[in-house]
Design a protein around this ligand. Sequence first.
Ligand code: SAM
Length: 263
Amino acid sequence: QPKGVSMTHETHSIHDFDYRLICEYFASVERQGPGSPEVTLKALGFIDGLTPASRIADIGCGTGGQTRVLAEHAPGTIIGLDLFPDFIHSFNAKAQAAGLQDRVQGVVGSMETLPFADEELDLIWSEGAIYNIGFERGIREWRRFLKPGGYLAVSEACWFTESRPEEIERFWVDAYPEIDTLANKVQQIQQAGYVPVANFILPENCWTDHFYTPQVPMQERFLQQHPGNAAAADLVAEQRREAQLYQRYKAYYGYAFFVARKL
Ligand code: SAM
């Protein structure tokens, strides 16, 4: 059974759940992790040289909220790849509805065994998903699929401060031990053979307006659809707890976007 899909990084508690429940929960919202169209476009603004012949991969694309923004503003063809067939099904239906089916295609696959040739890609995109393989392993392993001069654009959970309250430290270290400061992530990028082109912190509305708030009405519906289902109740409780932790501790952590160019 695949690891947790949730943005929560609460993979420990989530991965015991029926993954169909998790997919059902997250398939009904536009984004499966923090982000926004504005942030996708901001990151895209640091990337030069794309043409209609460019080949782009969006890894851990989910249902493709960010992929469609990318497709509407960048030339080239985009392969969206995700582990969960239900997400890819929704991804392809939405690409079709947006008239993007000729340039955007979703495929089921794992970020651990990417179906690309060496130096095939001009751009690897991945929002809120590289943690599934681990940041350092991901940037190192994916590099070979990029052409020399190709770009990597990933978002990743980061600490904003040198130290933080114990409750939030424990939550994150338990869920994703690789969470680290932006400075350390940039160093990893450099050491992995990329030029760090840009990095910026995602604004709060990526977590609130675009991620947690749309879940609120959906959670009630989800609970009504699964009466007496303890796994469904736990899933909702975990998401609510994560949203509360964010409100309390958002000064200490968040997501950052990293744009890098392969040497
Ligand atoms: N990029 C989307 C977004 O920002 O809305 C989705 C982010 S969601 C937090 C993480 C995604 O990674 C999920 O869609 C999940 O199914 C996918 N995922 C988890 N493990 C994966 C793996 N090994 N290979 C590919 N995708 C994976």
